[in-house]
Design a protein around this ligand. Structure first.
Ligand code: INS
Length: 284
């Protein structure tokens, strides 16, 4: 069947990594999220120039209308995972491995710390929304840090200088502290820049507990979970749930090492885990 074929193919592409992994030196925490002079800085900077120029309030509305109909494709988690092994994220200064490997690095670190299985599963699927690229979407509309649209862009967002090219930056409806929102209205009422987080959240919302859904929906919202720049839009539930988003973050970020996971050994565990929580096919 499909899954077996996929498995054979995957194992061919990811042979036992023990040999290549020997010489990897450990990266210090301060060396992550270097937007100044990392090896990938030119790609990342150009990514954010475009992302910040075009992610407007209207853009987000139109993408939501289109993609939240989920009329593109029915697929299993495994088909989505398979696609991600062809994708390298242009917004990310820390990783040039493909995305399947990033997912396993994240989830394995969560598992090693003895967290509940839904948390491990969240690590394993958290970036699957990047399949948007499979539908022809450009990376600037899929990956990268996210931020609210419809109100002033915070200068705590990476490369915030690029927002001056964004039409909403000078639009009075959108460029004040609250913009189209009201104080502490709750993030559920706030539109975030469009990308893989919101998309996957909408796909998963009936299947996972609230903390998992917050991790998926807001893991790229660094200007809040790291810098606290949008507290004025959050309600009490958001504040409580962001403890989980923060708990998730080190697993997402600091596991981005060039050390490749042993896909073959891990697969049986993840197959069972996915089957426990998710239906065989999901609508994308
Ligand atoms: C990355 C990447 C991630 C996202 C991060 C971002 O470059 O695209 O998926 O979670 O916010 O910095």
């Amino acid at each position: 069947n499909n899954l077996d074929e996929w498995e054979d193919d995957l194992l061919m592409r990811y042979p036992d990594p023990s040999e290549d992994n020997e010489e990897v030196k450990e990266k210090q925490k301060e060396e992550f999220r270097n937007y100044v002079d990392s090896e990938r800085v030119e790609t990342v900077k150009e990514f954010y120039r475009i992302n910040h120029t075009y992610q407007t309030y209207d853009f987000v509305c139109s993408k939501e209308q289109d993609f939240l109909q989920f009329n593109r494709k029915e697929m299993s988690i495994w088909e989505a995972v398979e696609f991600l092994n062809t994708l390298v994220d242009d917004s990310d200064p820390d990783i040039d491995l493909d995305q399947t490997q990033h997912l396993l690095q994240t989830s394995e670190a969560i598992r090693a710390d003895g967290h509940p299985d839904w948390f491990v599963l969240t690590g394993f699927i958290h970036d699957l929304g990047k399949v948007l690229c499979l539908f022809g979407e450009p990376q600037w509309a899929v990956v990268g840090d996210t931020f609210p649209v419809g109100c002033a862009y915070s200068d705590k967002i990476v490369y915030s200088e690029f927002f001056k090219e964004n039409p909403d930056f000078t639009d009075e409806r959108f460029n004040t502290k609250f913009g189209v929102y009201t104080e502490n209205c709750g993030l559920d009422n706030v539109k975030m820049s469009w990308g893989h987080d919101e998309y996957l959240y909408q796909i998963m919302k009936d299947y996972l507990p609230d903390p998992a859904l917050y991790m998926i929906r807001y893991h790229s919202f660094y200007s809040q979970h790291k810098e606290n720049a949008y507290l004025h839009l959050m309600n009490e539930k958001d504040i409580e749930m962001f403890d989980w988003v923060r708990k998730f973050n080190p697993y997402d970020l600091y596991t981005k090492a060039p050390v490749k996971p042993d896909v073959k050994a891990l697969l049986p565990y993840y197959k069972e885990l996915v089957a426990k929580y998710l239906p065989e096919k999901l609508k994308f």
